[in-house]
Design a protein around this ligand. Structure first.
Ligand SMILES: *Cc1c(COP(=O)(O)O)cnc(C)c1O
Length: 371
């Protein structure tokens, strides 16, 4: 008989006792959506928790990124992005009417390389859309410099970056806008959800209007908005999730630390995320399986599966290798050597706040066997 399955992620749920008063409030008021009172309290509490001044909670990060693009005035032209991400990053560019242009990544951080971005700038470039992949901050200063030099927007896909800080400040303060995801598998979840972090109140109000069909007031619509509203139920989950959330992050660090302690120094294997670095969120535990490891990445993936351990090959295939994008000139694999190699070598190990040590040892034992 096989041991219990271990999946790559396991969502954290708030205490039902923290949910019930909020549900009673919603059931009592019958205000279900359209920036209700629970959502407004969630926004305020979330801004405070994250250490940012202005944000709009939305239905998910994909819609949030489309809104950010629209707010930045991007309806055509090119947007430079990373191929080493979840497909939604490129979809958001396409859905807003622009064309993604892929640039290669840095081999250390696996994030967009500012020099590679600069080499892709053309008169058609409207924005840069980098990702803080696995919660590792991208080179926010280098990218801001490129964006400023060329007068283009900088919108961060911060889907992995909930709670990430650098020099004591939220990483979400960088760039023109940042977009968080609260999908079930992310560090912080509202089942589905997201937020757009912006620099001033007027922009926040503009995002709110775009998320509600572009309504400026009851009788005027000032732009082609969409429906990206978060409802009161999801907002209640968010509000309740914030209770005790520091403990969730601390527990994730413990799990990541146990992987590092046993896997750092294994021949041919590199742990991508720095551990013990203040401000990281231990969103994931990616490893790179190089030629000096005794088997290749896919063979290790299969061995883990045999042991009922479901690691994930994030991010493989590259977005640039997926059907909607593979014909783009910038998608040619030989133009993206670092990302292509990372996609062949990467494996994300199970990591969640309550992954117990015995289960984690099953994962580690498979990796150490034979090496
Ligand atoms: C999850 C994810 C998204 C999409 O988030 P949703 O809230 O599910 O729309 C976008 N970008 C990255 C990098 C992601 O991991």
């Amino acid at each position: 008989m096989k041991p219990d399955p271990i999946y790559v992620a396991r969502p954290r749920l708030p205490e039902l006792s923290d949910m019930m008063p909020l549900l009673e409030e919603i059931w009592g008021s019958r205000i279900l959506t359209n920036r209700g009172p629970v959502l407004q309290r969630f926004e305020t509490a979330l801004s405070k928790y994250l250490g940012v001044e202005h944000l709009s909670v939305v239905s998910n990060a994909t819609q949030g990124t489309v809104l950010a693009m629209r707010q930045a005035g991007i309806t055509s032209g090119e947007v430079i992005t990373t191929p080493f991400s979840f497909v939604a990053t490129a979809h958001a560019i396409r859905l807003s009417g622009a064309t993604p242009v892929f640039a290669d990544i840095d081999p250390e951080t696996l994030n967009l390389d500012p020099a590679q971005v600069e080499a892709k700038i053309t008169p058609q470039t409207r924005a840069i859309l980098p990702v803080h992949t696995f919660g590792i901050p991208c080179d926010v200063d280098g990218l801001a410099e490129v964006a400023a030099r060329h007068g283009i927007a900088l919108i961060h896909d911060a889907a992995h970056a909930f709670g990430v800080r650098r020099d004591g400040q939220s990483i979400l303060r960088h760039g023109d806008m940042s977009v968080l995801s609260f999908h079930a598998t992310k560090v912080f979840n509202t089942f589905e959800g997201g937020a757009v972090i912006v620099q001033d109140r007027d922009t926040k109000l503009a995002i709110d209007r775009l998320a509600n069909f572009g309504f400026a007031d009851a009788v005027s619509v000032d732009d082609i908005g969409t429906n990206a509203k978060m409802n009161e139920f999801n907002a209640a989950v968010g509000l309740a999730q914030l209770c005790g959330f520091d403990d969730v992050l601390a527990a994730r660090h413990v799990v990541a630390g146990r992987y590092s302690a046993r896997l750092e120094g294994v021949a041919g294997l590199r742990c991508v995320c720095p551990t013990g670095v203040a401000g990281h969120n231990s969103y994931a535990f990616p490893i790179l399986i190089g030629p000096d490891y005794h088997i290749d990445r896919d063979a290790l993936f299969a061995r883990l599966e045999d042991a009922n351990v479901f690691a994930r090959r994030y991010f493989y295939p590259l977005i640039s290798d997926l059907a909607p994008y593979s014909d783009l000139p910038s998608a040619a694999p030989d133009l993206l050597p670092v990302a292509s190699k990372a996609a062949e070598q990467v494996l994300c190990l199970p990591l969640y706040h309550d992954l117990d040590e015995a289960a984690q040892n099953r994962v580690i034992d498979v990796i150490l066997a034979g090496s």
